[in-house]
Design a protein around this ligand. Sequence first.
Ligand code: SF4
Length: 418
Amino acid sequence: MERAAEREPVDAARLRELVRDGHAVVLTNSANPPARPCAVGAGLRTKVNANIGTSKDYADLERELRKLAAAEEAGADTVMDLSTGGDITAIRREIIARAEVPVGSVPIYEAGAAAAARGASIVNMTSDDMVAAVRHHMADGISFVTIHCGVTRDVLRTLEESTRVCGIVSRGGTFLARWMTHNGRENPLFERFDELIGMAREYDATFSLGDGLRPGCLADSLDRAQVHELMVLAELRERAVAAGVQVMIEGPGHVPIGQIEAQVKLEKEVCHGAPFYVLGPIVTDVAPGYDHITAAVGGSIAAAAGADFLCYVTPSEHLSLPDEEQVRQGVMAARIAAHAGDIGKGIPGAADWDRRFSVLRRKRDWDGQLEHCLDPAVARKVRESGRPGDDDVCSMCGEYCVFKLADEEEGQSVTGDH
Ligand code: SF4
């Protein structure tokens, strides 16, 4: 608690109160604590998560370790290992061993991959496979698990009545919905939620209650199926918090810009102030290749409205598995959104950075600016790429630099006064 509070505007005692009330979580794991435990929630800095992990087409551990390094260097507060290709147990363990930040995961991917390895389909996963995967991940040191407990038969009936364009777009949600429909059974993660609570208590791990029915396009946003699932998650969250387990609620996704604030307020009301972890949200569907930007636009508005945790989106979203450069760009875009959101919601100290930086800019203190900006390496590269004739300004305006002209005028008026 003390270590997590070191980088926050609250002390450990206040953080403990926030955790007790379910308004914040500390991402860690008692079996394998991360070097940099991280707090997420009300009154704290908005955090950024970077998703990494293999796919069937790119199942290279070394590549994932490079992505982990890129995410941490760029300033991600957490990473999630979403591997679905290669030896995913070994990959997860290596990522946990190398990561300084808390690592999250979606255990049902492993249950699905295990069924596939047996030559079976995901509909042949057993209920025990799904529950055991959660235990395996926590025992390995995963700090937060996404579990799609809110995809119940009742919620799927609501979905059937809807006219969605994209249907279900969450992988975990799809696995469960297919399994439930094929087997004619209730969601095991919902039915056996008390067992999962016991595991989370044992490892001091956090539940990230997944929104399996999050909208996959603007047209599907905030429909009855999404809201119905949120109501189920709210009930489950209450049970977990009453048992002393930390819980975050996951949110969309693709959201029209005018709905973002309402969706954040809805989650905060219905889930009694539980930390809200949003994916983006992306504010337009039509810009593949730029979805780190569409997500940063939505993420800044969401964070300003009260969202606590932003899952980054990379330029490769909807197109391919990201490489390390795309990971770096995704983290930077999400950090900009998180910081802008922190200024918007008045996190102590957030706006001070901008004020201090603006003084450096006004003074044309180039070394200071390149040292204290969000991404010094890129800022330095851009300045070097367009050097001015006069090092005192930049090549945008050269001798017409307004700050230099103002200084010269002040100098003249000082001289004139004397
Ligand atoms: S030259 Fe123009 S853009 Fe560059 S620092 Fe001066 S005012 Fe700003």
